[in-house]
Design a protein around this ligand. Structure first.
Ligand code: EPU
Length: 417
């Protein structure tokens, strides 16, 4: 298994281009199942979760052609509407094929995702919504088996805000008969990006970007061309790394408006931020101040930035309270950060981070994607050498992270294992 070796060596300086968003690309790839025509995509990030999703789609019969970040997908002939356990267990987002498959083919068999490092993470809302649209759903032998001759529009109020749940039901509703209303819909920019793609495929959707999506089902969708939006979490990760190292970095190809909550907290920590239409410049000249925050649904502070911002708080002046409200067990990085000399205590869903002047390099283990990113940031500011094991977690969601960091002055290298 590959490892990352990092030597803490001072400020990051320079420019970083942000890749396309993983969490927009994954549902968008699944939207290819909704039409027999070709979907042409640009700015698709090169990362493991995308490769896993493409393998799943290919296995179903989708024709995929790839040229760098440019992809074409054609689902003219689906051979098997099934997502096997081996795929779903490595990537929960595989559940996103469920809605499109039932809507277009009338049938889907998708393995039930199990637990993961962030806790139980059930998919009951996806199922409840499809049932409301008339799908007949059986859970048998660890699979969700869904059938429907044609889905019917319905009014669906999800019990909580769910990102992939909203995306699954939105895709299903585009081909349902009549009107579907999704109340309590997720407003994440990645949901909006998917909705915009669906509209360019011929879907009729109102309320895009709000928590109430109204979808007028159509008989069929057609091909389209689409550019995937920027990865706000990748951008936020690099900005936290720049702030932690007292550096000055410009992240490009990302509209700052989708990063507002994170930028506000960086300013609170003492960073100077300048923004353009599609770039953000951060500079940090003094030790950061401790910043407390709570994760919540968009547009509030994203859970996917919690671990990385906590790494910044580890070396800040003062004590921060970090409360995780989205996932029940998303503090796996805490023990590893403490191995690097941080002072963090967990009280229920709150981590109390008392800033220390410096961290010290050690061998640590990545436990999930965003936890890995927080360890990279911590490694950049730790004295001496940090070696991160199990970085396949990092590779799931970051496109060449070590290359991008090296280019702005980090001493970081991959050790092939
Ligand atoms: N939930 C249920 N039942 C459901 C669906 C969700 O109880 O049917 C609960 C979850 O257990 C969780 C909460 O609702 O407590 C919110 O989960 P959500 O469904 O919104 O999460 P997700 O759609 O599985 C997406 C991202 C995650 C991101 C979350 C929250 C993708 C592919 N994944 O997951 O991204 O953390 O939304 O914003 O879009 C990551 O990129 O590192 C990552 C984990």
């Amino acid at each position: 298994m590959d490892q990352l070796e990092i030597h803490g060596n001072g400020p990051l300086r320079g420019e970083i281009r942000v890749s396309g968003a993983k969490n927009a690309a994954l549902p968008i790839l699944c939207a290819s199942l909704l039409t027999a025509d070709t979907l042409t995509l640009d700015n698709v990030p090169d990362l493991q979760d995308v490769r896993t999703m493409l393998a799943l789609l290919r296995q179903m019969g989708v024709q995929v052609e790839q040229d760098g970040t440019h992809l074409t997908l054609n689902a003219g002939a689906i051979l098997s509407p099934e997502a096997p356990y081996e795929m779903v267990k490595t990537m929960r987002a595989s559940i996103l094929v469920l809605g499109p498959l039932v809507a277009r083919l009338g049938e889907a068999r998708v393995s039930l995702p199990g637990g993961c490092a962030s806790g139980a993470r059930p998919v009951d809302q996806h199922i409840k919504g499809l049932q409301a649209m008339g799908a007949d759903i059986a859970i048998e032998h660890g699979f969700i088996h869904a059938r429907a001759r044609r889905l019917k529009g319905a009014r669906i109020v999800t019990d909580m805000i769910t990102v992939t749940g909203t995306e699954n039901l939105l895709m299903a509703a585009t081909l349902a008969e009549g009107e579907t209303v999704l109340e309590n819909a997720a407003r994440e920019p990645e949901v909006t990006d998917l909705a915009n793609l669906l509209v360019s495929m011929g879907a009729r959707i109102e309320g895009i970007g709000t928590d109430r999506l109204v979808i007028h089902g159509v008989e069929r969708l057609h091909g389209a061309e689409h550019r995937v939006i920027a990865d706000r979490i990748e951008a936020g990760t690099f900005l936290c790394a720049a702030a932690a190292t007292l550096g000055e970095v410009v992240v490009r190809d990302v509209p700052p408006v989708i990063l507002d909550a994170v930028l506000d907290k960086l300013v609170e920590a003492g960073a100077s931020i300048e923004r353009g239409a599609d770039w953000v410049r951060l500079s940090m000249r003094q030790r950061p101040r401790a910043v407390s925050f709570r994760t919540s649904e968009y547009p509030a502070f994203p859970t996917d930035m919690q671990a990385q911002f906590m790494a910044l708080d580890c070396v800040a002046d003062g004590t921060a309270r970090v409360t995780e409200t989205i996932f029940e067990n998303r503090f796996m990085h805490v023990q590893e950060l403490n191995r690097l000399g941080a002072n963090i205590a967990v009280e229920g869903n709150t981590a109390v981070v008392t800033g220390v002047p410096r961290l010290s390099g050690a061998r640590v283990m990545a436990t999930d994607l965003r936890a890995s990113a927080s360890l990279v940031i911590a490694g950049l500011i730790a004295d001496g050498e940090t070696v991160i094991d199990r970085i396949y977690h990092l590779d799931r969601g970051y496109d060449r992270m070590e290359d991008k960091l090296s280019a702005v002055g980090a001493r970081i290298r991959r050790i092939a294992g």
